[in-house]
Design a protein around this ligand. Structure first.
Ligand SMILES: Cc1cc2nc3c(=O)[nH]c(=O)nc-3n(C[C@H](O)[C@H](O)[C@H](O)COP(=O)(O)OP(=O)(O)OC[C@H]3O[C@@H](n4cnc5c(N)ncnc54)[C@H](O)[C@@H]3O)c2cc1C
Ligand code: SF4
Length: 596
């Protein structure tokens, strides 16, 4: 049994002090800002809307289904919004419900009882507008408590997308600017993977990779002939251990990663509290205040600069203001946009940092849906192996619009997938028959299945946006977001191609296709929200400069995915953290020079 190191005791927040910086949000972005700023010796206050959960006793990663009264499911008075509901209904999804608690679709996965305190209750946190499957986690660490851990880099194929195909805007940075920070993130947090030397998916400084199982090796070998790559899951997990971090253990390959919503209670998988925040608290420079829901960036009327952050205590409802020389928003892409838009003042009548009118716009993410399930006949009846004792299966990087030019869509997509034996043979539910024959079929086939699903770049469009809905308020009386967003033709054409090439790859490898799906899932399904306060060189068409610093308000920074100029098709979290680290180095430098 691993000895868990207790988190450091939090210091009391001093609201009479002017902190060097106030950070809003403690997920990947806020955690990294806490680490980077405190490592410069700055005196930092971190405000987090959610509570600090005793995460080890929430996740209970090694509890068997039969040791739980409902085999891991949440109580019957709780409901997860289904795909059908997202398809036919408009938000707010918890309106007029008979259920006591309503959650986003991820609570429809197995083991939902273990994540019910991690994801938000839609009743307390409504939103309006076009349909959108918005997954949020309000607790210390945000969504990193249950993230899927796929840790990928972006490349100049992404940063210079406009130069390559003429669409959208280039980022104000190139790969060379961010590469040293990707390296720092890799070394500080740990990432497992295998080098492939692909210019469009740069390698990280990898720790020991996880192993592919026989069906995955079969597909990898076949893909080589098609000039495509299947690589072991690049997991934001430390497989070799991290000597500098006492709160995290190396991965024991216990296979708990994929059995539930996610989460690793020995913290081999990166999460923001153990990876970033507790070590930052240990420096003595970080004050953490949980249960602190920010609702406005306050402004010094004399200078127009940010003065601090107004927040409501999430439990008592009392309102406070914390003051800082700099304000760093890291509340997640959509919540940071909401805060900017809510912060209206004489100096900033359209919301702080919004003289361009671009806050809330250029929203983008990943399109999901097309997926494929196959069976490898040669593996039927073979002895079962511990295939899910690892943090992930495989990743197939983008292969479209690299040297080729697809006639029907711009940009690209990749696939996440896995094969082999899992703890519960999920196919049992759709295997026909009963009795001894049924059991034999289920056992024989348990290790023979392989599946994968696509993640494609959604183009950033000005009209894809969120705004404040003044008529609907959340539990704390704060006006909510209204969505104006849907997939366009590029995403639909891309999804058709995903479905076709997914099938093509399985068939070429001799894998029997059992099921393939070409339908697109509801907007938001990818949980990779990006854009809404994009970086750029021109203050008329962008919100932030290349250091995620507001063009309008020089002591205001927004260090989460809202700054991304385009979505790429690679998962965003490693890039969010590399950029946040780079920007916070710049912030500390500028503060030191008296420029903020
Ligand atoms: C199930 C799941 C699987 C995922 N898989 C992957 C993956 O494989 N790879 C990948 O790259 N990404 C993945 N993601 C996405 C990843 O979790 C996010 O990209 C990442 O957490 C974003 O970091 P963030 O700091 O911007 O936001 P968050 O992690 O959401 O943190 C934001 C924090 O801000 C707090 N906050 C919000 N509003 C306020 C306010 N007004 N005042 C104070 N605090 C506030 C929230 O409570 C939260 O703690 C996954 C997410 C989920 C849920
Ligand atoms: S497989 Fe590794 S990373 Fe995943 S839950 Fe187990 S120990 Fe944690």
């Amino acid at each position: 049994m691993l000895l868990q190191i207790r988190p450091p005791a939090p210091k009391e927040a001093d609201l009479n002090t002017v902190y060097d910086a106030i950070i809003v949000g403690s997920g990947a972005a806020g955690g990294m800002a806490s680490h980077a700023l405190t490592s410069h010796g700055l005196n930092v206050l971190l405000l987090e809307a959610g509570r600090k959960l005793d995460i080890e006793s929430e996740l209970k990663s090694m509890e068997w289904p039969y040791d739980h009264p409902r085999r891991g499911d949440m109580p019957r008075d709780s409901h997860a919004v289904t795909l059908n509901e997202y398809t036919v209904r408009q938000p707010p999804y918890a309106k007029d419900t008979q259920y006591k608690h309503v959650y986003s679709y991820v609570q429809g996965w197995t083991g939902s009882d273990y994540s019910k305190n991690i994801v938000v209750d839609e009743k307390d946190n409504p939103y309006t507008g076009t349909k959108y499957a918005w997954v949020r986690a309000r607790l210390l660490g945000g969504k990193t408590a249950i993230w899927g851990r796929l840790a990928l880099r972006l490349s100049d194929y992404d940063f210079k997308g406009k130069t390559r195909d003429g669409y959208g805007e280039d980022w104000p940075i190139s790969y060379a600017d961010i590469a040293p920070y990707y390296d720092k993130v890799d070394l500080y947090l740990g990432v497992a993977g295998h080098k492939e030397n692909l210019p469009w998916l740069p390698d990280s400084l990898f720790q020991r990779t996880t192993r592919l199982n026989p069906s995955e090796v079969m597909l990898r070998q076949s893909l080589k002939k098609m000039n495509r790559v299947l690589t072991p899951y690049r997991a934001g997990v430390t497989t070799d251990g991290l000597k500098h971090n006492k709160y995290r253990s190396k991965c024991y390959g216990r296979g708990a990663c994929n059995r539930r919503a996610g989460g690793c209670d020995i913290h081999a998988a990166f999460d923001s509290p153990t990876g970033l925040i507790y070590p930052a608290m240990d420096t003595g420079h970080l004050t953490l205040r949980t249960n602190s829901t920010a609702y406005e960036v306050t402004v010094d009327p004399a200078t127009g600069k940010a003065r601090g952050v107004a927040f409501v205590d999430s439990v008592t409802g009392k309102q406070y203001e914390a003051k800082g020389k700099a304000v760093v928003l890291a509340a997640s892409t959509l919540e940071s946009a909401r805060l900017l838009l809510l912060s209206k003042s004489k100096a900033h009548p359209n919301g702080i940092g919004n003289s361009s009118g671009h806050v809330g716009h250029n929203f983008c993410e990943h399109v999901m849906g097309p997926s494929i399930l196959g069976r490898v006949k040669d593996l039927v009846g073979k002895p079962r192996t511990l295939d899910d004792g690892r943090p992930g299966g495989f990743y197939i990087p983008r292969y479209r619009n690299l040297d080729d030019r697809q006639p029907k869509f711009l940009r690209g997509y990749g696939f996440e997938g896995g094969g082999g034996t899992g703890m519960v043979p999920g196919r049992a539910f759709s295997t026909p028959g009963f009795g001894a024959d049924f059991k034999k079929t289920v056992r024989d086939e348990a290790g023979a299945f392989i599946h994968m699903g696509g993640f494609g770049e959604v183009l950033s469009r000005y009209e894809s946006s969120v705004s404040i809905d003044p008529d609907v308020k959340d539990r704390w009386g704060i006006p909510v977001l209204k969505f104006n967003y849907s997939f366009g033709d590029n995403e639909k054409q891309m999804a058709l191609d995903m479905a076709a090439t997914g099938k093509e790859m399985f068939e070429a490898a001799g894998i029997e296709v059992i099921h393939s799906d070409a339908d697109i899932l509801t907007e938001g399904w990818s949980i990779h929200e990006l854009g809404t306060a994009r970086m750029g060189g021109d203050p008329k068409t962008s919100v932030l400069n290349q250091f995620q610093q507001s063009h309008d308000v020089k002591n205001l920074f927004v260090v989460d995915g809202s700054s991304h100029v385009s979505a790429s098709c690679q998962n965003p979290t490693w890039t969010i953290m590399a950029l946040a680290w780079r920007s916070c180095d710049h912030l500390a430098d500028e503060l030191g020079k008296g420029n903020l």
